[in-house]
Design a protein around this ligand. Structure first.
Ligand SMILES: Nc1ncnc2c1ncn2[C@@H]1O[C@H](COP(=O)(O)OP(=O)(O)OP(=O)(O)O)[C@@H](O)[C@H]1O
Length: 474
């Protein structure tokens, strides 16, 4: 039997089929288009203030490490000396932007960028302003560049006077001076031999520690001065090109940073922050940076001796890459073990994040993975470099080789050193640095034509000698 289904609410008229039909679908009625004739002229209406106007300048606030709250970002924008035409905030989105600010006027945009960089530098937030515009002319770019140069120069000058890390270490020097005065043996006073010896030892240790802190502070101030020179455009073009005015080579050996072309503000900021971290952490090698760079610049081979943990493997590659000494092409740092090569590359990349452009730090653990030296710093095993040497006896693309952990005297390291010694007579521009953790570097220096040995004096910690009483009766 045929079944008919009706809507439960529908009134069913079994006998009249026309009543059971569904209502016709709703049809939208569009007004008939007005005939347009090209000769018809319509005067423009009054301006509509609510109509959308495309912004001329869009300022992106790139997210930093912190996730900032919406109210924080909006209060930051409200304190900005020039208000944006409109803005959107995305505090927790997965996008790289935390906010987008739209401006119509160039002056407002300029003030906003300067304000956001100023607040970024003083640590209020960690958003990086990035400007995009289709209407910017070269003179605008120059104006923005010189404005930001002034902002950064002011910040660097402030750091040289009152960076919190600087204050902390100055306090430490004061403490050490007092401590030295306290433990120093007093003249014309009689001491027992053992006590006198102990007091002398303590005084020596404290004096070394004080010297290290003073050197570190000098290094920081020098780095800031070097940045200031660049920011105030006191670094001459001749110096940048390594040419002297009268044909003499006039190279600023104290320049710990070298920048080519226009400054990238994000990079300058990262460099300042890394420098502050270096001062804070106080690795011993930091105190010797300029001495090491000076030596590497003046001689082809250098032996660097520093205690374990003094920062040789992680810092030296960065010093070279920053200063441009021996960094015309790639800097290779060899390690005896794969795991060390990988973890050092990760660590250096982490420390120098944002300080270099492009592919800066890389590691090659096997020869098959090595294609070309396209990064500024490459960590690899000595075995990998040996195999590469077999392929290319000139090691083209490499300007500096650092052989780390030379004191281990592994077969690969020794073989590599012998081959590089041969290569250095052909590649006079190349630099070799041999790093060792033990003081027995004389042998290495003698093998390499009596090259200079640079000693990095490490931190010393007080050592107490305590004797355990022997068991009674034994
Ligand atoms: N992967 C890492 N993670 C965390 N900290 C690290 C890492 N690698 C190095 N460090 C830190 O950096 C400091 C310097 O290490 P670095 O390897 O540069 O010293 P080093 O003088 O080369 O020592 P070694 O002679 O043992 O190689 C260490 O004391 C440690 O605090």
């Amino acid at each position: 039997m045929k079944k008919t289904f009706y809507h439960p609410n529908a009134t069913v008229h079994h006998h009249n089929p026309t009543y059971n039909r569904q209502p016709p679908p709703f049809r939208r009625h569009f007004p008939k288009p007005v005939d347009f004739h090209p000769n018809h002229y319509r005067p423009p209406g009054p301006p509509n203030p609510t109509a959308f106007q495309a912004p001329n300048f869009v300022l992106y606030l790139r997210r930093g490490r912190r996730n900032l709250r919406r109210d924080f970002i909006s209060s930051l924008i409200s304190q900005c000396p020039s208000k944006p035409q409109s803005f959107s905030i995305f505090p927790y989105s997965s996008k790289a932007d935390s906010a987008i600010l739209n401006f119509r006027q160039w002056v407002d945009t300029l003030n906003a960028v300067a304000y956001l960089w100023e607040t970024r530098l003083d640590g209020t937030h960690d958003l990086t302003p990035e400007l995009k515009s289709n209407v910017m002319v070269p003179s605008d770019e120059d104006e923005l560049y010189s404005r930001l140069r002034a902002v950064f120069a002011r910040h660097v000058k402030g750091l040289m006077q009152e960076a919190k890390e600087l204050k902390r270490w100055e306090g430490e020097i004061e403490r050490l001076t007092k401590e030295i005065a306290r433990v120093e043996p007093v003249k014309d006073k009689h001491y027992r031999v053992g006590d006198f010896f102990q007091m002398n030892e303590n005084t020596k240790r404290l004096a070394e520690e004080k010297n290290l802190v003073e050197r570190r502070l000098r290094e920081f101030r020098c780095a800031m001065e070097c940045l200031l020179k660049v920011l105030e455009e006191k670094v001459g073009a001749a110096e940048e090109r390594n040419e002297g005015v009268n044909g003499n080579y006039d190279y600023d050996f104290d320049a710990v940073f070298r920048f080519g072309g226009r400054l990238n503000w994000k990079r300058v900021h990262s460099i300042i922050m890394r420098e502050r971290r270096r001062l804070e952490e106080g690795l011993p090698i930091y105190a010797y940076r300029r001495d090491i760079l000076h030596d590497i610049h003046h001689q082809q081979i250098t032996v660097l001796v520093g205690e374990t943990g003094s920062g040789k493997s992680t810092q030296l590659v960065q010093f070279l890459a920053d200063s441009g000494v021996g960094a015309a092409e790639s800097i290779i740092c060899t390690q005896p073990r794969k795991i060390a090569a990988r973890s050092l590359a990760q660590r250096v990349e982490e420390e120098s994040s944002g300080c270099y452009e492009g592919n800066a730090i890389n590691s090659y653990l096997t020869f098959s993975s090595l294609t070309e030296f396209d990064s500024k710093v490459t960590f690899m095993t000595d075995h990998c470099l040996l195999q590469h040497y077999m392929n290319d006896k000139n090691l083209s693309g490499v300007s500096c080789i650092i052989v780390d952990e030379a004191h281990e005297r592994s077969l690969n390291t020794d073989l590599l050193l012998a081959l590089i010694k041969n290569l250095l007579s052909r590649r006079v521009d190349m630099r070799l640095i041999i790093m060792s953790a033990t003081a027995d570097a004389k042998q290495l220096s003698e093998y390499f034509y009596g090259c200079r040995i640079v000693h990095v004096v490490g931190r010393s910690f007080p050592v107490d000698v305590r004797y355990v009483p022997s068991d009674q009766g034994s």
